[in-house]
Design a protein around this ligand. Sequence first.
Ligand SMILES: NC(=O)c1ccc[n+]([C@@H]2O[C@H](COP(=O)([O-])OP(=O)(O)OC[C@H]3O[C@@H](n4cnc5c(N)ncnc54)[C@H](OP(=O)(O)O)[C@@H]3O)[C@@H](O)[C@H]2O)c1
Length: 312
Amino acid sequence: MGYYERFSNRDSTPHSLFPTPYLPLDKKISIGYALPVTERLSRGGAFAQKYGPWALVTGASRGLGAEFARQLAERGLNLVLAARSGSQLERLAADLARAYGITARAAVVDLSRADLLNALRPVTDSLEVGLLVNNAGLSTVGPFLAQDADYLLGQLHTNARAALVLTRHYGSLMAARGRGGVIFLASGSALHGTPWSAHYCGTKAYNLMLAEALWAEWRPLGVDVLGFMAGLTRTPGVEANHLKPSRLVPLGSPERAVRRALKALGRAPSASDGLRNHLGYAALGLMPRSLATRVLGRSMRVMFGSRVGSRE
Ligand SMILES: NC(=O)c1ccc[n+]([C@@H]2O[C@H](COP(=O)([O-])OP(=O)(O)OC[C@H]3O[C@@H](n4cnc5c(N)ncnc54)[C@H](OP(=O)(O)O)[C@@H]3O)[C@@H](O)[C@H]2O)c1
């Protein structure tokens, strides 16, 4: 059984991180998820030189974070995998180390806590972290007033405050070395208010704006910054919100989203996940904001049904 299935308690899906039936990682590499040969030769080495030798990936225990970890290992980076679920991190670290010949460490940390750096620094202080992936995030769908105030604050701290604290700390070390990269997981919902995802889209807007501004500030320092607007992607987090599949908003694969993000790093302040998403955001951008927000509310209703309540 692959990671995605193990951690999501769902049946096998064509988008699973490691496909079922279980294949050893080294075998899987040869059947379709490997970095294309040209990329491996031309970019893999340069990528590790620019962003290595260590990458810190938050929220690496499942979903997009676990896939970032896999693709960075494929590019030869050593890994610090951070999240709360220690056993899942340990297992992923061992599997990636074995499959890709890298070194991987697990860092158990609750990123909603004010002292999050105290949990990470003992693991990372002796390492040269050249890439930070601010991936950990909580997404909740539902009426704003139905959500507990403490939960909303924890979500703010995990999605936004942690990204700020980590970027300030590891970014300053990268700037001193004159090289490195930071990826922020934003979302298309960072561009417009999205009803029934109000607080989440606010946290994602923070990530996107911080990324785009730092892209310009840190370019002269040799540090690349990217705000990546992942499209709707099949992960345990999305499935926990009981999404109804829709032809209008298809679910993408973590494998493809992460490959796009890594390709865009160093090329643009922000990137969206594929042409279809890009065109969707462009169309919304042409509308009056009141209309765009109503359109997004309708699509939330289609995708999440009764979870968004009965009144618009
Ligand atoms: N999937 C999508 O459609 C989509 C679209 C746009 C943007 N994104 C963004 O992409 C990122 C990853 O999304 P996903 O769908 O892969 O999420 P997911 O499946 O829910 O995984 C979330 C990850 O974040 C970690 N995490 C959550 N709270 C944490 C905390 N307090 N401290 C430490 N780690 C914590 C979780 O690990 P533990 O539970 O083990 O701590 C897990 O590894 C998020 O920032 C999300 O907003 C996703």
